[in-house]
Design a protein around this ligand. Structure first.
Ligand code: HEM
Length: 224
């Protein structure tokens, strides 16, 4: 018998999709900031449409949105009852047996293993890496921000983030690191989507549905 199984809480799903939206918009606007390949319409030889400033505005808006949902996600990971299944994945992550079984599954040698938590060890490691990248791109983003906006929040954060800027090797390096971390997302995204679809279809569990509806399917013995 196949049964519906509640996996991800609504806040977990909402933060996931806001994160997707923010990363897509930040990558598109970030590319433009790094290399302004289209110039805005000129009038009398003067660039007056300020396309770069517009891209930077949207970049910063979605940058702070990304920071907000990341703080929210950390809160969920630590305190949310439904996120216990995420926390339990840590025990698979440190279990060599779980690693061998998972690699065997990817090599089509054995069936999908069932571990302690919702993520397999490779997946857990990849997600930890992605969160490290989000923290790094946010910290370097804030350092860039305080150099562009000197009033309000920028002014408050200026003295706080300056020592970090020095530790990271100066502003030019901060910009370089911010740019390099963008590529972590560009590389991660197609692999993440491919593996999610693969797992959902090959594993016949509707795993892809769980990040949308919250539910996936599990096989249960008839008399249970
Ligand atoms: C997935 C997340 C992000 C991506 C992919 C991304 C990408 C980029 C890229 C490629 C640049 C251009 C760097 C260069 O000149 O080579 C940039 C600039 C910048 N980013 Fe981000 N970024 C992200 C998140 C953030 C966050 C969280 C903030 C914080 C508010 C932020 C604030 C800025 C600022 C202020 C600039 C400089 C704008 C300027 O030069 O006027 N970014 N970003």
């Amino acid at each position: 018998m196949i049964k519906k199984h509640y996996e991800f809480s609504s806040w977990l799903r909402i933060t996931h999709w806001i994160r997707v939206l923010a990363i897509v918009i930040l990558t598109a606007t970030g590319f433009y900031l790094a290399y302004p390949f289209i110039s805005s319409a000129h009038s009398g030889g003067e660039p007056v449409n300020f396309l770069n400033a517009l891209s930077r505005s949207w970049h910063v808006i979605f940058g702070f949105l990304l920071i907000a949902v990341t703080i929210g996600k950390f809160y969920l990971f630590i305190f949310d009852k439904q996120s216990q299944i995420e926390r339990s994945s840590f025990w698979d992550f440190i279990s060599p047996k779980a690693w061998i079984k998972q690699i065997g599954y990817y090599m089509l040698i054995n069936k999908h293993p069932h571990g302690e938590g919702v993520y397999n060890p490779l997946q857990f490691m990849a997600y930890v890496g992605i969160y490290v990248a989000i923290v790094m791109i946010s910290v370097t983003g804030i350092i860039l921000y305080v150099h562009v906006y000197h009033e309000g929040l920028g002014g408050i954060l200026f003295d706080i983030v300056r020592p970090l800027e020095v530790m990271l090797g100066g502003l030019a390096w901060v910009r370089e690191l911010h740019h390099i971390f963008m590529w972590v997302f560009i590389i991660f995204l197609p692999i993440h989507i491919y593996l999610a679809i693969f797992n959902s279809i090959y594993g016949k569990s509707g795993a892809m549905d769980s990040i949308i509806s919250g539910y996936r399917w599990i096989k249960k013995k008839k008399n249970h």
